[in-house]
Design a binder for this molecule. Structure first.
Ligand code: GDP
Length: 354
């Protein structure tokens, strides 16, 4: 196997699906996507490539992290002919697309869910990220940055462990170069890490510190656009000198739920377990007798904010489900229409004194 491709994450899984393209094509990994085309890492260099008309016609939109079959003609123009099947993907809702889904990054092994150890540390947001990551089949690692400005790091780590007992949690300072060694086991040749976290938590600083090079040099591509204007594109997939590939994608910063139902189950296993013990299987955890959730909240074993957070995620998921599934939408409408008719009937009966 080519050592450069291997560093980029190439393996037998992709090799198998590339077989049919071996003649006339070479594999490449997409490092950025823009309106004019893509940037692609190949075993020799990084090239600009356009998406073939056929691929576009078939609705295949490349995403950062994708492995593609590309060809180069005798004028040096590179074309993407196929996108190889994805190992996994992280998506977000996008009402503007027919599928309602926009794929943000693909073929990821580990997600660094990054937050900063100041007032930004928000457990509910962490839970959302965990649900998304788990649903995508990606291993989460929680990185608490800015340990230098936090006086009770251990207490914060314990707070995080309380909501994610089975997830590795590390406190670091990207500017102070503290605790960075704890991340190196995840940054190995062939492994792809995606950085998730709100703006300002220190993602760019971390990449610079890991690579030891300024981000401008690491992540930016300078080129001329079709009209000859000088433009700078941010390379979102970065091959680290120490090994491993890291993806920092701006779109991921405003992630909303797409299809995180399985992730929701593992993230809120405690809530799901309690719900399973309620007296009624369709318990809404409101006023029903024998509700184990209400009991746990009253006894203080389940924090109310955690339950509310679970509810909020559940509502978002249902909204997404409805959008994806018109039948469900219709069934919901029908249900509410029926309830409306029944309510009116009851009111009329009351009026008539029945
Ligand atoms: P990004 O938006 O997530 O890429 O965040 P940046 O990397 O741009 O960092 C945002 C701000 O946080 C910058 O002013 C950084 O200097 C600062 N910062 C990053 N890491 C640390 C850290 O470990 N400690 C402190 N005190 N500040 C940090």
């Amino acid at each position: 196997m080519d050592p450069v491709l291997k560093k980029l994450g190439w393996n037998a899984f992709f090799g198998e699906s590339f077989r049919e393209y071996v003649v006339g094509h070479e594999p490449g990994r997409i490092s950025s996507v823009n309106r004019n085309g893509c940037k692609v890492y190949t075993k020799n260099s990084e090239v600009s490539a356009r998406v073939s008309g056929r691929l576009r016609q078939d609705g295949h939109i490349p995403a950062v992290g994708d492995w593609a079959a590309i060809s180069e003609d005798n004028t040096g123009t590179c074309t993407i002919h196929a996108i190889l099947p994805r190992k996994n993907k992280i998506s977000r809702k996008d009402a503007g697309r027919a599928t309602g889904e926009q794929v943000i990054v693909t073929n990821v092994d580990i997600a660094f869910i990054m937050t900063s150890l100041n007032r930004d540390l928000n457990m509910r947001r962490l839970e959302r990220y965990l649900a998304i990551v788990r649903q995508s089949g990606v291993d989460p690692v929680i990185v608490l940055n800015k340990s230098d400005i936090c006086s009770d790091v251990d207490a914060r780590i314990n707070d995080v462990l309380a909501i994610a007992p089975d997830v590795p949690v590390y406190a670091i300072s990207a500017t102070g170069n503290v605790g960075m060694g704890s991340l190196s086991p995840y940054l190995q040749d062939g492994k792809t890490v995606v950085l998730l976290g709100s703006s300002g938590v220190g993602k760019s600083t971390l990449i610079n510190a890991l690579d030891g090079v300024e981000r401008q040099k690491v992540g930016e591509i300078r080129e001329d656009d079709s009209r000859g204007r000088h433009i700078t594109t941010v390379r979102e997939l970065i091959l680290l000198k120490m090994g491993g590939v890291i993806i920092d994608n701006p779109g991921i910063r405003e992630l909303q739920l797409w299809d995180a139902s399985d992730g929701l189950l593992t993230t809120f296993l405690d809530v799901e377990e309690l719900a399973a013990k309620c007296k009624f299987s369709d318990c809404q955890h409101e006023t029903e007798p024998g509700c184990m959730i209400k009991k746990a909240i009253a006894e203080g074993t389940l924090p109310e904010v955690r339950f509310e957070s679970y509810r909020k995620l559940q509502r978002e998921l249902l909204a997404v489900e409805r959008k994806k599934n018109p039948d469900l939408q219709r069934a919901e409408k029908k249900k509410w229409k029926k309830i409306g008719i029944m309510a009116k009937e009851i009111q009329n009966r009351k009026k008539r004194g029945m």
